[in-house]
Structures are given as structure tokens and as C-alpha cells.
Design a protein around this ligand. Structure first.
Ligand code: IFM
Length: 449
């Protein structure tokens, strides 16, 4: 006999995307160059030389994409605004045509009964700001405030749900330490300063958004990685704790008013000269929700810490993996929620991203069957449901992603969408997971096996 899982009736069912990954129109209507335009146009940076120049052509197909969302029964849509579309130079003169694009999108969403969740920064920094030093330079925080003002003034009468930043850890680590994301730098000091200024800019922007958007719900989306010691040994447990500090607590603690975690400060041995009086207070501006982006865990085994990265080595367990090589670990969703509730004071949570890359292809009938993705989402939702039953204030779930799209350094070689995109024709084909998700939304849950 099968049982059912039923989510609260006001649970927000959504899907997420990001500007650079889907929009295309990279130099249209006055849009300025972003660091991802520059990076992807630089040979050797992105798989197969792919760029976001056209992407899913959402800049032209937004109306049809909203119709698709409606057809799927989505209650909410998380998108990001392209900073250089709105402020081509990063600050100064506003490009009205850029703002108009998002204004039309929001109107269309509302007409379709879909609640817009807007993210201000999902990695497409205006190139002129990078030329002036980028996130490691404190001045960028002022530019971000100008941008947050412009967008929240224009959309704040209709958008109530806001996220300032997407994944400060990825912005700083992959962009300024590992160099695999734009702008491709490899400096520990730049990484630390960038992370600081991203959190600071977030804190500075929160009151601006509130001033422009009545009754706004303001949050930030962090990428989270449960750190599981590979054994019970003291060494593995210590390594897992440190890595939790590096990847999770470094961002969570300051947002929650705890300042930077001391064990990690000592680990970095940085002079932290980028921290100025009042910064920690600004970063801890009260938020209404924490966005959780969750994909996989780390299984941590202690060895010596490689000085170059200053990170303990990690080892994934064997088992089930997605096309990204990421381990499928649904229990992480439950563990994360319980941990965040126990250790922090955020009033509510949304799963702002979760999903799987699969090697999807249309079959002879033109259908795309993706049972692994359905299974992935279903098992993660089961874990979230359990956490809700135990009192965790999880308010909604956004699958990553609505559409197959530009997966950063992997270009279009990885498919995360519940909707297949045939890039040459730009045809959208809802995958089996989209049809499954439609039913889950309509029924507010699903049968368990
Ligand atoms: O595609 C990304 C997204 O832009 C940010 N979070 C993780 C996703 C999958 O890698």
C-alpha cells in the first residue's frame, strides 16, 4: 500500500533560472558587458568554447517561457536580474530598456498567477566594475547599492520576494581563488576580500530594498554543503568541522550576527584588513528568509591540508552520482534544515535551488525521459517534508532549473532543466520530470513507494 506525502497548502512550488544562463541578448538594447561575457569570449575558459550570447534566447522568448511555466502549474519563478542590462557601466546611468525587460517579465508572471522571486546578483558583474578591481574592491559595494536601488524602485511595487546574492561562496571561491569562473583569478586574499564585500553589499542593500518594496520578504541564497567525516576518527571529525567552517559557517555566521568563525579566521592566517568598523553589523541586517541551494555533500577525510588551497582534501563516497559527478545524498536536505534551525536564527527557509544534471536526449518519439531526475527530486522532497513535520519553517522549493541552460564553465554540456532545450531550434520539450512536477504541484504532494 502506498502512502502519500502532503506539503502544507501554502508551500511555494517553483523553478529557478539565472540571467546569464538563459537570457542571451548579450549586447542588445544597451546592455553592457559582464564578466561572464568577457570570460566566455576568452578561448579556453568554457567547455567547447560555449558562450551565453544566445543561451536559451529567453530575452526574446520570455512570453512563451512564462506560458510554459503556467502550463506546468508553477506557483513561483525565481529569476535573476542582469546588472549590466540595468547599469551598463555598473553604476551611473540606468538603461531603461534593460529595466523594461524585467518589468514586462514581472507583469507577465503576475498575469499568469506566478509569484516572482527576484535575485539581484547571480554572477554577471558588469565588466567595468571588474576592471576597477571587482568584488575584492570595497567600492563595488556602493555600486551594488545603486543597482539594488534602481531595480527595487522599478519592480518593488510588484515583486515582494527578493534575494540579494546567489552563492557568495561560489562567487568568491570559484571566481577569485580557483579561477574556474569569471573573472578567473587565483588569489586567496582576493577571495577573502571578495567574500567580505559580497556579504557587505548584501547587508547594505537589504534596507534599500525594504524602503522601495512594501512588505518585501528579503533574503539571500547560499550554497550549502553538509560535511560528513569519513570515519569516527578525531582527525576526520576535525577536518569536517574545519571544512564546514570554510564552506558554510564563513557565510552563515556573519549573516546571523555571529561574525566570522574564529577557527576559520585562525586557519586562514589572513590579516582580514578588508574588515572595517561596523561591517559585521551591516552584514547581519535582519532577513526574512535564508535561501538554501543544495546539491551534494562532502565526505571528509583528513590528510595534510594543501597549502595552495588551504582546504582539507575531501573524498566523495562511492554510490550514485549525477552527470556533474556529484554524489546523490538526499539525507543532506534534512540534515541541513535541522542544522540551520538548531544553530541559527533565520526565521524561514526556501530551497532556492536543488536538482540534477542528467544526460538527457529526446527519444524516437521526441520525448525526454529522465527517471533519475524524478527520483532525485522526489527523494530530496521526502527529506524536506520530514523536516517540515518536525517543525522546520521551510516555505517552498525551487527546482534547478526550469530550462536546460548555460552551466558556467561546462557550457551547454550539462542539462539541469525539467524542460529540455534543443539549442539549434530553441524548441522547449517538457521532460518527464516536468510532467511529474506538474502533478506534484497540482496535488500538493506525491505517493511514496
Ligand atoms: O547552474 C548553477 C547555478 O547557477 C548556481 N547553483 C548551482 C547550479 C548548478 O551548478
Amino acid at each position: 500500500m502506498s502512502n502519500r506525502i502532503t506539503f502544507p497548502s501554502d508551500f511555494v512550488w517553483g523553478a529557478a533560472t539565472a540571467s546569464y544562463q538563459i537570457e542571451g541578448g548579450w549586447d542588445e538594447d544597451g546592455k553592457g558587458e559582464s564578466i561572464w561575457d568577457r570570460f566566455s569570449h576568452t578561448p579556453g575558459k568554457v567547455a567547447e568554447g560555449h558562450t551565453g550570447d544566445i543561451a536559451c534566447d529567453h530575452y526574446h522568448r520570455w512570453r512563451e517561457d512564462v506560458a510554459l511555466m503556467k502550463e506546468l502549474g508553477l506557483k513561483a519563478y525565481r529569476f535573476s536580474v542582469s546588472w549590466p542590462r540595468v547599469l551598463p557601466q555598473g553604476r551611473g546611468k540606468v538603461n531603461q530598456l534593460g529595466l523594461d525587460f524585467y518589468s514586462r517579465l514581472v507583469d507577465e508572471l503576475l498575469r499568469a498567477g506566478i509569484t516572482p522571486f527576484a535575485t539581484l546578483y547571480h554572477w554577471d558583474l558588469p565588466q567595468p566594475l571588474q576592471d576597477a578591481g571587482g568584488w575584492p574592491e570595497r567600492d563595488v559595494t556602493g555600486a551594488f547599492c545603486e543597482y539594488a536601488q534602481a531595480v527595487s524602485r522599478a519592480l518593488g511595487d510588484r515583486v515582494r520576494h527578493w534575494m540579494t546574492m546567489n552563492e557568495p561562496h561560489i562567487i568568491s571561491f570559484l571566481g577569485y581563488l580557483d579561477g574556474v569562473h569569471a573573472p578567473g583569478h587565483t588569489s586567496r586574499e582576493e577571495m577573502l576580500a571578495a567574500a567580505h564585500h559580497v556579504l557587505l553589499a548584501h547587508g547594505m542593500a537589504v534596507p534599500l530594498i525594504r524602503a522601495n518594496s512594501k512588505d518585501a520578504q528579503v533574503g539571500i541564497a547560499l550554497d550549502h554543503y553538509p560535511q560528513i567525516p569519513a570515519s569516527e576518527s578525531e582527525a576526520d571529525r576535525k577536518a569536517a568541522l574545519l571544512q564546514d567552517g570554510v564552506l558554510n559557517r564563513w557565510f552563515l555566521d556573519p549573516l546571523d550576527g555571529k561574525g566570522y568563525p574564529q577557527d576559520v579566521v585562525e586557519h586562514y592566517r589572513s590579516d582580514m584588513r578588508f574588515v572595517q568598523a561596523g561591517d559585521l553589523q551591516t552584514m547581519a541586517a535582519p532577513i526574512d528568509f535564508l535561501g538554501i541551494n543544495y546539491y551534494f555533500r562532502y565526505l571528509v577525510r583528513s590528510k595534510e591540508i594543501p597549502e595552495a588551497q588551504n582546504m582539507p582534501p575531501t573524498q566523495f563516497s562511492t554510490g550514485e552520482f549525477t552527470d556533474m559527478g556529484w554524489e546523490v545524498y538526499p539525507q543532506g536536505a534534512y540534515k541541513l534544515l535541522k542544522r540551520l534551525q538548531a544553530d541559527y536564527s533565520f526565521p524561514a527557509f526556501y530551497f532556492t535551488e536543488n536538482g540534477a544534471a542528467c544526460p538527457d536526449h529526446p527519444d524516437a518519439q521526441g520525448e525526454v525521459n529522465d527517471p533519475a531526475r524524478i527520483s532525485f527530486i522526489k527523494r530530496h522532497l521526502e527529506q524536506m517534508h520530514q523536516a517540515i513535520l518536525e517543525g522546520v519553517p521551510l516555505r517552498g522549493y525551487f527546482v534547478w532549473s526550469l530550462l536546460d541552460n548555460f552551466e558556467w564553465a561546462f557550457g551547454y554540456t550539462k542539462r539541469f532543466g525539467i524542460v529540455y532545450v534543443d539549442y539549434p531550434s530553441q524548441k522547449r520539450i517538457p521532460k518527464a520530470s516536468a510532467n511529474w512536477y506538474r502533478q506534484v504541484i497540482a496535488e500538493g504532494g506525491f505517493p511514496t513507494d
